[in-house]
Design a protein around this ligand. Sequence first.
Ligand code: ATP
Ligand code: MG
Length: 333
Amino acid sequence: MTIEPRPRVLTGDRPTGPLHLGHYFGSLQNRVRLQAEGAELFVVIPDYQVLTDRDVADRLAEYVEELLLDYLAVGIDAERAVIFTHSSVPALNQLLLPFLSLISTAELQRNPTVKDEIAHSRQSQVSGLMLTYPVHQAADILFCKAALVPVGQDQLPHLEVARTIARRFNARYPGGASPLFPEPQALLSALPMLLGTDGGKMSKSRGNAIALGANEDETARLLRGAKTDTERRITFDPLHRPEVASLLQLAALCQIRAPQEVAEDIGDGGASALKELVTEVVNEHLRPIRRRRAELTGDRGHLREVLARGNARANEVAQATLAEVTAAMGMRY
Ligand code: ATP
Ligand code: MG
């Protein structure tokens, strides 16, 4: 009898601040569900990649801890998940070199997510690290031969780069019985891009986010200040009223019903009624998560243990893949 290996799922978040509602509905819920269905979950915390859009990565230790708290609070199983920091797995950076040879600078320059990140970057010039961002990410995904990557919409162009690199590596270095790298699939959620309070993509580092760990008053204050429009009648129209639509989707996901229904219930109540409802249902939905997060906050030792175990396992897997890669390339000395 052959035992089917558990499908691998890889995903991650930069340590640039605490996770927010966009992460939760865009990717975290899918991670928890896939893990419950038996997948082996890898979560990378790409610390070097903080430097893609800024000169210095500050408060790294604090932000890594925040991420660990968020992961465990939303229900990622610390016993089974492999949570690791990029800098603790040196083999990832060795994979980067052959991968860089498989993609052209023109392909990287026209990547729409790289363009958007550059537009919001705190650096005056585009660094090589920024331009090659999708290639580091390809190494982070391919090292564990992930089949599925639960991400938000902004990551689709990056995932396309990872798929291209997998395909080109397999074609350029055939040899083994089966291709070395599977092509990873993106998994989008029902809310692949939640908008922030300024109407742009909700992002940890753009000052427009509602953190999972925020308290209820803070959540209410941030939502009251969210950009909407002045029309009294609330309708679900993502194309013409994206901010209102994003809030309706948020409420709908918390209440597990359709956004159109939420809009009908609010009717002529205008943006203030919409914001009140969203505040109420978001706070209610997050209450148990926030409670668990607060309980875990005191246990730094546990968080450190989870990370140490994840780092050790990620290193084993990365070393094994690197050995296959160098062998396929003829580096057998
Ligand atoms: P930063 O501002 O530092 O880039 P971020 O909020 O964009 O932070 P990332 O660490 O870049 O978060 O992204 C982690 C994951 O969360 C990715 O899969 C990304 O697609 C997803 N994600 C981020 N923001 C949103 C959002 N607003 N809606 C849905 N998914 C999101
Ligand atoms: Mg981002």
